[in-house]
Design a binder for this molecule. Structure first.
Ligand code: 9MR
Length: 447
């Protein structure tokens, strides 16, 4: 009885107490309060620099080895593995309660010399052996792996990048993911790339289509890393949030993996953090170095700490954004059924209308339709697409749209996270059906 009464009293007091929630005072603690991590790239040779480790140990709860887990570092001679430098970083991190992202198992760059000169099935075997050996060595010690890094081309093609690995066959990426899963079933397996932040860019769409295909075919992919190296040639764009939420809607976690921003604008850093907090499956942010002098682009002063280790305005902006951020309401289910939170403001519908186009992948007895909704001259704040299905066609499954009707005239509306489409921009959704598609002619109207 006494215990019950005390409990009731405590509960009652909690109702009336107005003490603010404790705001975190470090990046890692504040991110953790939002169910996220905040990480940094670490260069192993700097672990003897106490100014460096003081900040590292105080601020961060996730670590990525900047170079020490790459192929040239871990397998300098074929079949001879070298883990000393990587183990040092892993041990430093894990002994202090930090987690580790593995970077990276397969990449066209920073290959050891012996691998650079290989091709064909010998290279494919060597790559898969590397993935297996390295993922096995670190099994249980890394929470996520960048299994494949930077496999898509820049520019307007949206295609794979040419490389010796790509020339072993287009399935090299899924083969790497399968080998990684077999070697370390507990690690989240990520695809990681740069210049994939802008939702309208062909490269972003190319990666998106690959991830969607992997999810549909059961290739073991759990997450997508967005490097987010922002600079004057490749600036931050506000549709980054759309990119994150669109990938998340495929049923993968998304992570910001190598963040740096030329000039370290506090506003831009704040926006990136807010974008991640707005997407339930964005579960962490990693900056690519601690002090500006640690950056691979030191002259751009892109990081959160000055060369002398003092906090920059961007640091304060990030910390404040982490502390003020709201916890998203959509549950991180797989695949997600609820959308990420709406942006805070809701613009009125514009007069520009929309268009819808469809591409169909038909096989005997069924098809997948991918539908693209493109906003006209003004932004959309909701859309409806109508598609008349031929007789015998029945919808069995759909993604990123709500539907009414499975046969005949079907109506499709946006879900919460893809109703807002910027002028001239597009969003994509789709469905699977039995039967024959014939020529589908979708119509689109703005709401
Ligand atoms: O920061 C890394 C730098 O020290 C290396 O010299 C460089 C070699 O390619 O790689 C840098 O890290 C890259 C990361 O592994 C992948 N995304 C781009 C990063 C910056 O180049």
């Amino acid at each position: 009885m006494a215990l019950t009464a005390a409990g009731a009293l405590a509960a009652g007091m909690a109702l009336f107490m107005t003490a603010p929630a404790a705001a975190g005072t470090t990046l890692g603690a504040s991110a953790a309060e939002k169910g996220r991590y905040f990480g940094t790239a670490v260069a192993g040779f700097k672990l003897s620099d106490s100014a460096y480790t003081t900040i590292l140990n105080r601020e961060f709860n996730m670590v990525t080895a900047e170079n020490e887990m790459k192929m040239n570092a871990t397998e300098p001679q074929q079949g001879q593995f070298s883990y000393g430098a990587a183990d040092q970083i892993v041990n430093h991190a894990r002994s202090r309660g930090m987690s580790v992202r593995g970077h990276t198992l397969a990449w066209h760059s920073q290959q050891p010399g012996w691998m650079e000169s290989m091709s064909g099935s010998a290279l494919r075997s060597a790559m898969l052996n590397h993935v297996t050996q390295v993922a096995t060595h670190f099994r249980g010690q890394v929470v996520a792996w960048d299994v494949v890094n930077e496999a898509f081309a820049d520019g307007s093609s949206g295609a794979r990048r040419d490389s010796n690995l790509q020339r072993t066959g287009n399935d090299w990426i899924e083969a790497a993911f399968r080998a990684a899963r077999a070697a370390d079933p507990g690690a989240k397996l990520c695809y990681n790339d740069y210049n994939t932040d802008n939702w309208t860019h062909a490269k972003t769409q190319g990666v998106y289509n690959m991830v969607r295909d992997f999810k549909q075919r059961g290739v073991p992919i759990d997450c997508v890393g967005f490097q987010a190296h922002f600079n004057n040639d490749s600036p931050y764009v506000s549709n980054f949030r759309t990119t994150l939420s669109s990938f998340a809607a495929l049923g993968v976690d998304v992570q910001i993996t190598e963040l740096d921003i030329q000039g370290a604008s506090a506003n831009t850093y704040r926006s990136v953090v807010e974008d991640c907090l707005a997407v339930a499956r964005c579960n962490g942010i990693t900056v690519w170095g601690i002090r500006d002098s640690d950056s691979w682009r030191a002259s751009q002063t892109p990081l959160l700490f000055n060369n002398n280790g003092s906090k920059k305005p961007a640091y304060d902006a990030v910390l404040a954004a982490l502390n003020n951020g709201t916890t998203p309401t959509d549950p991180p289910t797989d695949p997600p059924t609820d959308p990420p939170t709406d942006p805070p403001t809701t613009p009125p519908p514009g007069p520009g209308g929309c268009t819808a186009t469809v591409s169909v992948n038909q096989w005997t007895g069924g098809f997948v339709a991918n539908v693209r909704v493109t906003a006209g001259s003004s932004a959309l704040n909701g859309w409806t697409v109508t598609i008349a299905l031929p007789s015998g066609a029945t919808v069995t499954n759909a993604w990123s749209a709500n539907r009414s009707g499975n046969t005949g005239t079907t109506n499709w509306t946006n879900v919460a996270y893809n109703g807002q489409v910027g002028a001239g921009q597009f969003t994509e959704w789709g469905f699977q059906a039995n039967g024959t598609a014939g020529s589908l002619t979708p119509t689109c109207s703005a709401r």
